[in-house]
Design a protein around this ligand. Structure first.
Ligand code: GAL
Length: 636
């Protein structure tokens, strides 16, 4: 696999006489890809039906002539202002029922039929014109589905579509009443037309109602995206991608990814540390200029699964961004480190966002590879350094995982609907397990919840899995080692009811969750190992072998043969101990890495990444802050 670098570029932002020089400088820096077009609708169609593609033709020709390959974005994240005159009701509504206004981006409702037609039209025009263009080597649909909280819409269009979705799913209101348990609080319906969206209710709505709304909302995104991929594929053989985000779980990325050729994501390590991670002040201060040491890797592994092996970073942070509460500059070397870390996890391409910092508009405080005056910003030299290193490095994929972690979008929706403890969050739970594995130096594969073959892994982990899918249940006996389910696993039916027999109902494991409790911050339950359960504790009735007990003698982890169940949320240190013990039992080699160091194996080489602000000594080497070190290893 050939690895490459690219950049996001907005020719429509710059005088045309700059384009050639920009293209020359991009190529000179060793970049080979340019993503363009994803916000350019008002320039492509200045008035309804009046297209202007000439400037885009020239931009593509100019960039292509410099040897660059294009990712062409469909512009549906930014409908022009005239669109609202044609479709005044196309805006999404927030949970308070208010229409969200024009004046930024992503101002549309996925359920609005008129907007769907308009999207189809502009994508068709683009696909017809550029589908066979030799420079257009990939496509991107829309931009960051879900950004700015845009998956859930409480608009009349969404309500209408939701009723139709429910009618298809349940066929009769009586079946829906049974599935949702609507006898509770006299919530029974006589007709699908009586059903509203689950916002503005007096107190919490029925969780079954909310979960179906979340499933519906995800399906609307999938349908919107599929409309575009079908058109693109009719006119082009180039691969189609979408750029996903960090910690966005409101639609099923695996299912959306099945319609695409490449998964990509937008990686902003410093922004994410600042505004998307539960971490104490000391952690945020230590990694202020580097980003959390595991957050990027988690998403690299996740999107490798979503892309079924093919994935990119479509936007890589190059310097301070504009959108986090605080926007520090990366430590010198971090742009290079982030790029190499993506490659070590199997990325094909890393594109920097953006080429030149824009002096106007919302992102004027967002850095690029160039300053607004076209002088190089610090990231340009780091990108060029990676390009030179790539030219010398052998092509490589990433090594198969030592362990696997199941990650499931529906579980995120379910537990957000019914957290039961204010700080219970599915992403947070899975990320804690992921981090524990990374601290042990392991290569991790992330698996979708309907994985049918576990034979490649000696340890498979599935904390918090809302329902155990039939395919996964059937795959359990084929696992090459142990499968460990965590708190809340298989705790609800797909209709959001407590199943009987009681959870977790795992094959061969006699264990029932008799009671659960959530714990506020600062309160914990001791374990016999010296560790503690935090956030969440379950009381088990079991005859299975107890591997770990609670301080009060209750079972904390039980097992029968390969199937394990962990009945609580261990603090980070105990989780690492538990994972280390499980690995040892399965003969999986672990390394207790220094706190700031992470590693990933790729193509016969082990990459070491120092995320800390100080040098790290490890196995006879010293790795500088923001340093990347490479060891040759025997892969096996
Ligand atoms: C991404 C987005 C880009 C740009 C960037 C700024 O979320 O896709 O268009 O806004 O953030 O960091």
């Amino acid at each position: 696999m050939t690895r490459s670098l690219g950049v996001c570029y907005y020719p429509e932002h710059w005088p045309e006489d700059l384009w050639r020089e920009d293209a020359r400088r991009m190529a000179a820096a060793g970049l080979t890809w340019v993503r363009i077009g994803e916000f350019a609708w008002s320039r492509l169609e200045p008035a309804p039906g009046r297209y202007d593609f000439d400037w885009l033709d020239r931009a593509i020709d100019t960039l292509g002539a410099a040897g660059l390959k294009l990712v062409l974005g469909t512009p549906t994240a930014t409908p022009p202002r005239w669109m609202l005159d044609r479709h005044p009701d196309m805006l999404a509504h927030d949970a308070e029922g208010r229409a969200r206004k024009f004046g930024a981006r992503r101002h549309y409702c996925f359920s609005h039929a008129g907007y769907l037609d308009e999207s189809r039209r502009i994508v068709t025009e683009l696909a017809q014109r550029y589908g066979r263009n030799p420079h257009v080597a990939a496509w991107q649909t829309d931009n960051e589905y879900g950004c700015h909280d845009t998956i859930y819409s409480y608009s009349p269009a969404a309500c209408h579509a939701f009723r139709a979705w429910l009618a298809r799913k349940y066929q009769s209101p009586q079946a829906l009443n049974r599935a949702w348990g609507n006898v509770f609080w006299s919530m029974e319906y006589d007709s699908f037309d009586q059903i509203e969206l689950p916002n503005l209710t007096v107190t919490e709505p029925n969780p079954a109602h909310v979960l179906d709304f979340k499933r519906f909302s995800s399906d609307q995104v999938l349908a919107f995206n599929r409309t575009q991929t079908e058109i693109l594929r009719r006119h082009s053989d180039a691969p189609v991608a979408h750029n996903y985000m960090g910690r966005i779980t409101e639609f099923d990325h695996y299912r959306l990814g099945a319609d695409l050729d490449i998964a990509s994501w937008d990686s902003y390590p410093l922004g994410f540390l600042s505004d998307r991670l539960e971490a104490d002040a000391a952690h945020k201060a230590r990694f202020l200029r580097q980003g959390d040491p595991d957050f990027q890797a988690f998403h690299h592994d996740l999107y490798r699964a979503v892309g079924r092996g093919r994935w990119w970073v479509m936007e890589q942070q190059p310097g301070p961004v504009n959108w986090a509460p605080w926007n520090p500059a990366p430590l010198p070397g971090m742009v290079r480190l982030w790029t190499w870390e993506a490659f070590a996890h199997g990325a094909e391409t890393v594109c920097y966002f953006r080429w030149r910092q824009a002096p106007f508009g919302q992102e004027q405080m967002h850095s690029g590879l160039l300053r607004p005056d076209s002088a190089p910003a610090p990231a340009l030299a780091e990108a060029a350094e990676v390009a030179r290193e790539l030219a010398r490095a052998p092509d490589a994929g990433c090594a198969p995982g030592d362990v696997a972690l199941v990650f499931d979008y529906e579980s995120a929706w379910a537990w957000a609907t019914q957290p039961q403890g204010a700080d219970f969050d599915y992403f947070r739970l899975c990320f804690a397990w992921y981090r524990g594995l990374r601290r042990l130096g392991l290569n991790i594969d992330i698996l979708p919840p309907d994985t049918t073959d576990l034979s490649r892994w000696k340890l498979v982990l599935a904390p918090g899995l809302f329902t155990l899918s039939e395919p996964l249940r059937a795959a359990l006996p084929g696992c090459a080692g142990a499968v460990v389910f965590g708190p809340r696993a298989n705790a609800r039916t797909p209709d959001f009811a407590i199943p009987l027999p009681l959870p977790p109902d795992l094959p061969g494991l006699d264990a029932q969750v008799a009671r659960v409790q959530s714990l506020p911050p600062g309160i914990s339950e001791p374990l016999s190992t010296g560790g503690r359960f935090v956030h969440w504790v379950e009381d088990l009735e079991t005859t299975a072998e107890t591997v770990i007990t609670r301080g009060d003698g209750g079972a904390a982890m039980v097992r029968n043969g390969p199937v394990h169940y962990l009945a609580g949320w261990p603090d980070d240190a105990s989780l690492t101990d538990i994972l280390r013990g499980l690995c040892a039992e399965q003969g999986i080699v672990t390394h207790d890495l220094p706190a700031d160091l992470r590693q990933r194996d790729s193509g016969g080489r082990r990459f070491l990444f120092n995320y800390g602000p100080d040098p790290v000594s490890w196995q006879g080497r010293t790795i500088a802050p923001a340093g990347v070190d490479i060891i040759e290893i025997a892969e096996g």
